[in-house]
Design a protein around this ligand. Structure first.
Ligand code: GRF
Length: 197
């Protein structure tokens, strides 16, 4: 694919969302994962990058916006994807990638989001609220946690007897569908001329 859409991924954990992106952005795809960064040297996401032959690095100080921004601009990233990244992105880096940085959240924002709301805490809050559905949200990243404009959502039912773990599995499955769909749509949109107003 001539000049593919270059995607950098930030991840802190196991990287199943990264793996969904790696699987969706293979040969022939309009998008290519060009860099994986993690604040966690033991992140499974780094192992997945290595297996896929994608350059990866640990960012020892996630609060250092200058280093993070330089890593991403040196990689000529067209899009930055937070895929299970648990650190706040410094405002300098958010600004450098305004409108070109997205995050996947395991809940239906704006509900059940914000500082500290990640992983099982989200699913527990959903269950405690009595909500009958949950889902995944992909949104633009702004300087505050989970506050950027929503790009796409996919809903799942909350089922009787659900625990945070059983709900997490159901939500993660739609995260793995939604995030690659948004990334590939962004890649294609860049190649297709904007529709006349
Ligand atoms: C996912 O639930 C994601 O929504 C949240 O953290 C989890 C990451 O999982 N931000 P993985 O590392 O992609 O498997």
């Amino acid at each position: 694919m001539a000049d593919p859409f270059r995607v950098a991924v930030l991840a802190s954990g196991g990287g199943s969302n990264l793996q969904a992106l790696l699987d969706a952005c293979g040969a022939g795809s309009p998008a290519r994962i060009v860099l994986v960064l993690s604040n966690n040297p033991k992140a499974g996401a780094l192992t997945r990058a290595e297996r896929a032959g994608v350059p990866y690095a640990v960012i020892p100080d996630p609060a250092d916006g200058a280093v993070l921004t330089r890593r991403l601009t040196d990689a000529h990233a067209d899009l930055v994807v937070l895929a299970g990244y648990l650190k706040l992105v410094p405002a300098e880096t958010v600004a450098a990638f305004e409108g070109r940085m997205i995050n996947v959240h395991p809940g239906l924002l704006p509900a059940f989001g914000g500082p500290g709301m990640y992983g099982a805490r989200v699913h527990r809050a959903v269950l405690e609220s009595g909500a009958t559905e949950s889902g995944a949200t992909v949104h633009l990243v702004s300087a505050e946690y989970d506050r950027g404009e929503t790009i796409a959502q996919r809903r799942v039912p909350v089922l009787p007897g659900d625990t945070p773990d059983t709900l997490a599995v159901r939500v993660l499955a739609v995260e793995h569908q939604l995030l690659p769909e948004v990334v590939l749509a962004a890649a294609v949109a860049r190649k297709v001329a904007p529709l006349p107003k």
